[in-house]
Structure formats: structure tokens, C-alpha cells
Design a protein around this ligand. Structure first.
Ligand SMILES: Cc1ncc(COP(=O)(O)O)c(C=O)c1O
Length: 397
């Protein structure tokens, strides 16, 4: 055998080792395909094995099972893992909606989800209405014979706008509609929408789920019947996630509770600290009595320190030079166009997510140039308080 051939076919390892299939960390399977020695083995692989990377992959499957365990403990549910949060949203909607269908969304929605709705309207004639889903009268007024689902985020950017999930689920089911929820801002450590009546939950795993700002992934969990409708769409559109980020996410989820519980506890403590500081005129976090939907928050959560690792604050000035000085003075918290990571990060809605919204419309919903979104990390919260306290002085200059 020539060396050229030998290098291709010599993969010597102990494939009869008693513990080969018991590695302490789950292996990364980058293989695009799994081999077979005979036609009967191929048939068996199609029935219950692995075939081709876009169709199935061990890392994606392990991760999907972890997500199901998180989102739907004890329920007969399944999950799919997508290449991004947007893929989980767009593929699920595409799979469940037909031309001419109608959906109703909550008034606050991630901008790119609104972009998907625009595309669905232009390409498939799927119409949508945006209302306050907490107001049953408004929802009932919008329901048409072709309405298929209600869509909301558990906690919406940047005001932390909530929906009363059990009440909205009941309303949806009274009218034969599905309730689909985006759990990106909260994660299943905080809340499990499926256990509160929602039918479908999606998340951008890029955020709290993965938590290290180094992975892009999305997930969707629902009944086996719904998953069976969405899976072929994902497979055909080519959105099943690559194994490497799945492998990273398997690791990330093993520390999910440690991270997110700390982030939520830190956020509640920081929210109270911000509220007591004169440089901050408004804090939007569901743990505070000043939060406009405090009654909904109390219905959804029992523990104020376990609601969300994110909030928005409004500073006492819109002066950009002062805000720049404040941001430069911070030692730990820093600007980043993401959220949910283990480091505390800031975001400025007026220059990012809401930059294309007219100023008067933004102000009408409380979004001003003085607003910052704060995604809280796992630092010692006393260090964070000290850091913000010192940097706030820059606003007085
Ligand atoms: C609420 C929400 N849903 C979905 C997404 C999309 O996620 P991804 O960037 O992973 O596609 C984001 C991204 O910021 C988000 O904030």
C-alpha cells in the first residue's frame, strides 16, 4: 500500500475498548457523513442511526435533548437546533403558516423578527397585526378566520415588556390558535413558557443559553407533531446547526444554571442600586415595584432575584459627551452588540436596535437617547456597583 493510500485508511484506535463510548466530555463529531459496510446497515442507519450532517448529527441531537429537558421537563416535547435564533423563528413560522394566513404579535418585538413578518407578508401574503396581547379585547378584535397564531417575547427589548403567558395562552386556545414565545431574554432557567401554556418556544441560544459570546445558535421546542412539520423545512432550507457550535453549547448548558442564576441575582441587586442613584431617572426591571407591569411579573415569577439578567436604565442626561465620558470611565461594563454573556455589557437602543425609529415614536414608548440596556454578567455585584458609582460622576462634569 502506498503511503498516500495508507494515510487515508489508517485510523488506528482501540475501537473495542470497553469505555470508548463513555468519554467524560461529549465528543465533537464534525464528520459530514457516517459510513456503512452493507446496504442493510445503511437501511438501519436511515431508521435509527446517523447518515448525513444536515439530516442528523450526534452533537446536535445531544443539545436538542438538553434543550427539551430545560424547556419542557416531564412533558412530551422535542427540540430542534438551528444555525441562529433567526433561523429558529423564520423556519418555524414558514413551516406553520400558509399563504393568506394571519398572525397577531405583541406590541414590542425584536426588530429582525419584524423583518421576518415583513418578508412573510411580501412573499407569502401572511398578514400580521401588532397589539398589546395583555388586552384580550384588542386581541379578540384582531382575530380573523385565517388567524393561526399569537407571537410574543417573554421579556421584550428594551423596556422588558411582559405578556401574561397563562392568560394569553388561554385566550389563544379558546380561539384555536397557537401561542409561540421567544425566551431569549430570560432563558428556561428563569421561566418555561411551555409549562405555562405556550405551544412553541424559541430562543436565540447566542445569548444567555450559550453565555460566552462565542456561539451563534437557535432552538425551538414544541410537540412532536409541530417539530415534525418544522424539521423538513429546516433540513431543506439548510439551517440545522453546525456540530461545532452545538458542541460548544453542550458545554455551555452544563453551566447554564450557575451562570444565569448569578446573572439574574446580580441584575436584581443592580436594579435596586440604580434606582437609588440620582443619576438614573428610570430603571426597567420586573423585580422593582416601580416596574409598570409589576403585577404580571409577580404572576410569572415567585422570586425577584430570579427573573431576568437584563434591564434598561434611563440616565439623567441625554448629553452625548457626558454619556461617552461615563462609558469610558467604566472599568468592567462595556458596550457590546449582544446580551446574555458572562461579562456585563451595555447597549444603546437609539444607536442600535431602534436607530431607524423616529425619535417621537421612540420617546412615546420611553426610549430616549439617555437609555442604556444593561446585560448583567457574573462579576461580583459589589464590583459592578462600585464601577457604576465611580463612572456616574462623569455625568456631573
Ligand atoms: C429577542 C431576540 N430574538 C431573536 C434574536 C435572533 O437571534 P440570533 O442573533 O441568534 O439570530 C435576537 C438577537 O438579538 C433577540 O434579541
Amino acid at each position: 500500500m502506498s503511503g498516500k493510500t495508507e494515510i487515508l485508511y489508517t485510523r488506528r484506535y482501540r475501537d473495542d475498548a470497553v469505555n470508548l463510548l463513555k468519554p467524560e466530555a461529549f465528543p465533537l463529531y464534525t464528520a459530514t457523513a457516517f459510513g456503512a459496510n452493507s446496504l442493510s446497515e445503511i437501511k438501519e442507519a436511515y431508521r435509527q442511526g446517523y447518515t448525513y450532517i444536515r439530516t442528523n448529527n450526534p452533537d446536535r441531537e445531544v443539545l436538542a435533548n438538553q434543550v427539551t429537558a430545560l424547556e419542557a421537563p416531564g412533558m412530551k416535547r422535542e427540540s430542534l437546533i438551528f444555525s441562529s435564533g433567526m433561523a429558529s423563528i423564520s423556519n418555524t413560522l414558514e413551516a406553520l403558516l400558509s399563504p393568506g394566513d394571519h398572525i397577531i404579535t405583541h406590541r414590542s418585538l425584536y426588530g429582525e423578527t419584524q423583518g421576518v413578518l415583513k418578508l412573510l407578508k411580501e412573499k407569502m401574503g401572511v398578514e400580521s397585526d401588532s397589539v398589546d396581547l395583555n388586552d384580550p379585547q384588542s386581541v379578540r378584535r384582531c382575530i380573523r378566520p385565517n388567524t393561526r397564531l399569537l407571537y410574543a417575547e417573554v421579556c421584550a427589548n428594551p423596556n422588558m415588556d411582559l405578556v401574561d403567558i397563562p392568560a394569553v395562552a388561554q385566550l389563544a386556545h379558546e380561539h384555536g390558535l397557537l401561542l409561540m414565545m421567544d425566551n431569549t431574554f430570560t432563558s428556561a432557567v428563569s421561566i418555561k413558557p411551555l409549562t405555562l401554556g405556550a405551544d412553541i418556544v424559541i430562543s436565540s441560544m447566542t445569548k444567555f443559553m450559550c453565555g460566552h459570546s462565542d456561539v451563534i445558535l437557535g432552538c425551538m421546542t414544541s410537540t412532536p407533531e409541530i417539530v415534525e412539520k418544522v424539521y423538513p423545512v429546516s433540513k431543506l432550507l439548510g439551517t440545522p446547526a453546525d456540530p461545532f457550535p452545538c458542541w460548544q453549547a453542550i458545554r455551555s448548558l452544563e453551566t447554564l444554571f450557575l451562570r444565569v442564576e448569578t446573572q439574574m441575582r446580580n441584575a436584581a441587586a443592580l436594579a435596586a442600586f440604580f434606582e437609588s442613584d440620582p443619576h438614573v431617572v428610570r430603571v426597567n426591571h420586573p423585580s422593582l415595584d416601580s416596574f409598570p407591569q409589576r403585577d404580571v411579573a409577580k404572576k410569572l415569577w415567585k422570586d425577584d432575584a430570579a427573573m431576568a439578567g437584563i434591564m434598561s436604565i434611563v440616565l439623567n442626561t441625554e448629553d452625548e459627551a457626558k454619556m461617552d465620558a461615563f462609558m469610558r470611565k467604566l472599568k468592567y461594563a462595556h458596550y457590546a452588540t449582544t446580551l446574555g454573556g458572562i461579562h456585563t455589557t451595555l447597549n444603546h437602543p437609539c444607536t442600535s436596535s431602534h436607530r431607524n425609529m423616529p425619535d417621537d415614536q421612540r420617546r412615546a414608548v420611553g426610549i430616549t437617547p439617555a437609555m442604556l440596556r444593561v446585560s448583567v454578567g457574573i462579576e461580583d455585584v459589589e464590583d459592578l456597583k462600585e464601577d457604576f458609582h465611580a463612572a456616574f460622576a462623569a455625568l456631573d462634569a
